[in-house]
Design a protein around this ligand. Structure first.
Ligand SMILES: [Zn+2]
Length: 189
């Protein structure tokens, strides 16, 4: 029972030291600030970015990495605008970005990473059902492909938005792509 005294991080389920927990709490605090009461769309990706500045809600001065990508795909203007203004628009539209593993996985093989995702998907489904309660779920990144059937069968009372039956790829999120995808099902509901 080597890990009996280790704390398990509530964001990723991994044994975590004080540094890991502190980073997790900071990200959670930043995300909570912009969490809408009613979630129109949940953007769900596999694993939080390694750099805190690439995490949408922790952007400093400018958006970078995945944070920048998702805003671009949604047509949310960032240039000449404070980070807070763009995040407020994201919130006002009822959007939330979440990860199956909220924390980047520091070490470990692809297989270990996949296993961590598999172990965490149940907790993610519970979080969606009890807390986030989105109307739509947009899956991002091919790491989530294997979980599509599980999420579709989970009775989440949300429309799963996919591209040809698969999650959207980060590298194919063009300008306003997600805006187009989100307006179509919205009209159909
Ligand atoms: Zn964690």
């Amino acid at each position: 029972m080597q890990q009996s005294s280790a704390i398990l991080c509530d964001g990723c389920g991994q044994p975590a030291g004080p540094g890991h927990i502190a980073r997790r709490l900071k990200r959670l605090e930043n995300m909570t600030r912009y969490r809408p009461i009613h979630v129109q769309a949940l953007f769900l990706a596999a694993t939080g970015p390694a750099a805190d500045t690439d995490y949408l809600y922790s952007a400093l001065g400018d958006f970078a990495g995945e944070g920048a990508e998702i805003l671009r795909a949604l047509g949310i203007e960032v240039s000449g605008r404070a980070v807070e203004a763009a995040l407020t628009e994201f919130q006002r539209r009822g959007y939330v970005l979440a990860y199956v593993l909220e924390c980047a996985q520091a070490n470990g093989s692809a297989a270990a990473h996949r296993e961590a995702l598999q172990q965490r998907v149940f907790a993610t489904i519970a979080r969606i059902r009890r807390s986030l309660k989105p109307k739509r779920i947009v899956l991002l990144g091919n790491e989530l492909t294997e979980f599509v059937p599980q999420l579709a069968a989970a009775n989440l009372e949300a429309t799963l938005i996919l591209r040809e039956g698969r999650p959207f790829e980060w590298n194919e999120l063009g300008d306003r792509l997600l805006t187009k995808e989100l307006t179509a099902p919205l009209e159909a509901l």
